[in-house]
Design a protein around this ligand. Structure first.
Ligand code: CTP
Length: 401
């Protein structure tokens, strides 16, 4: 499993909006992710941003004019459209939305859209009043019915100085939607994957909590990799410092009991449950409704009670994957957890402080399977670890079908 953008031909259409600066960032990120990016600028877009910016980032000629004899689009106007794996227009103005909805083809972007069979993603940006206008809404609906994916606009400060729903979606989120679009026919297409992430939080009183050092990054990387491979992904998270990944159903929970309920419900008809969350095994037996005061006891005593073991009890998914966070006897303990929790795969994770796992973007794990295999992976990005885990999940699902 590789990055969904690797060697993909992406046409990036840019239309005239103050949000054009975000298109340069998008272009740069797509190139870094391994995509071949062909940029087309409308005349209006060129008033906001120079074609040279995109030429320098994408290392390819930029198309600016339908009638330029030097441009590829004039020589063979369908060539770009035919080789495109995806067409994204970011930002998309109300004018371009109107043109696409009406089937006009009088500029290189609308022409490419008509000539391509590649998926189309639009990231609108305009004044809130314009986006709310009945004609724009009608056009958006028309395009959605025809299969276009429309992401945003989001609510925030607009160029007019007012606040409203008209800002182009942030580049990071847009990239998530593009990954999901590119992955639609990948190995996990049609599969439902439930992933948990973060460290659950148990309240002691309104101020104090019991929790752990998990950042949630490993679980988020698994959810993103599942999405990028076509899965319908549900992320149940207790992480507090990470932003929601796009094109994924995200359910926020705080404590183990809530995570338990959410997992049981979501994993009922799932293909896989991947428990990357660091789940609190205990909670305070009595939660104080008021802040416990310093003088209330000389030697405060905190009585704990056991939480449910989610992985052991959730049996709805076809494949169960657990993590073993260990500081000693890594493989021995992982094997015990694999058996006792009825998992198909266990990802053994040395979380000793010297290993620097918590909060890091990399991880070093060993994957063990209930059928006896052991795969010791070198240190790699959490996204790559996620892809390795999902590769194993795909194999198990294949063997079982
Ligand atoms: N897990 C769970 N419910 C719990 C505790 C753990 O579902 N109450 C899951 C974790 O998400 C992980 C696996 O079980 O996938 C192992 O978790 P870990 O914290 O390593 O082990 P514990 O079972 O809690 O055992 P111990 O704390 O003794 O190591």
């Amino acid at each position: 499993m590789k990055s969904p953008f690797e060697n993909k031909n992406i046409v990036l259409g840019v239309t005239g909006s103050i949000a054009c600066y975000k298109a340069a960032d998008l272009c740069s990120k797509l190139v870094q992710l391994g995509a071949n990016v062909d940029v087309i600028l409308t005349e209006a877009a060129q008033k906001f941003i120079n074609p040279l910016t995109f030429k320098s980032i994408a290392h390819r000629p930029v198309i600016t004019n339908l009638y330029d004899p030097e441009s590829e689009i004039a020589m063979a106007h369908v060539a770009l459209a035919q080789r495109a794996d995806l067409v994204v227009i970011a930002p998309t103005t109300a004018n371009m939305i109107g043109k696409l909805a009406s089937g006009l083809a009088d500029d290189p972007i609308s022409l490419t859209v008509i000539a391509t069979s590649a998926p189309l993603v639009l990231a609108p940006a305009m004044d809130a009043n314009m986006f709310e206008a009945a004609i724009v809404q009608e056009n958006v609906l028309k395009l959605k019915k025809r299969g276009a994916t429309i992401v945003g606009p989001i609510t925030g400060r607009l160029a007019s100085g007012l606040t409203g729903t008209g800002r182009m979606i942030e580049v990071k989120e847009l990239i998530g939607h593009l990954s999901a679009e590119l992955g639609k026919n990948s190995q996990l297409a049609g599969r439902k994957i439930v992933v948990t992430a973060g460290g659950t939080i148990e309240s002691i009183d309104p101020v104090r909590i019991l929790t752990n050092r998990s950042s949630g990054k490993m679980g988020y990387a698994i959810a993103e990799a599942a999405r990028d491979n076509g899965a319908n992904t549900v992320l149940i998270t207790a992480a507090t410092q990470l932003s929601d990944p796009s094109a994924i159903e995200v359910i926020h929970v705080e404590n183990t009991e809530d995570m338990y309920k959410a997992v049981i419900k979501a994993s009922k008809n799932a293909d896989a449950l991947i428990m990357a969350a660091a789940v609190s095994d205990y909670k305070a037996r009595l939660k104080s409704p008021h802040k416990i005061k310093k003088g209330s006891s000389n030697s405060p005593y905190l009585e704990l009670e056991t939480n449910p073991d989610i992985l052991a009890e959730a049996n709805g998914a076809k494949v169960k994957v657990g993590f073993a966070a260990e500081t000693e006897d890594l493989l021995k303990n992982a094997r015990i957890k694999l058996d006792s929790k009825g998992a198909d795969l266990l990802v053994a994770n040395d979380v000793s402080s010297s290993n620097g796992v918590f909060g890091s973007d990399t991880n070093k794990v060993t994957i063990i399977g209930s059928c006896g295999f052991i795969e010791d992976l070198p240190r790699m990005s959490k996204y790559s670890v996620a892809q390795n885990i999902l590769h194993r999940v795909v194999e198990i699902l294949k063997n079982r079908s």
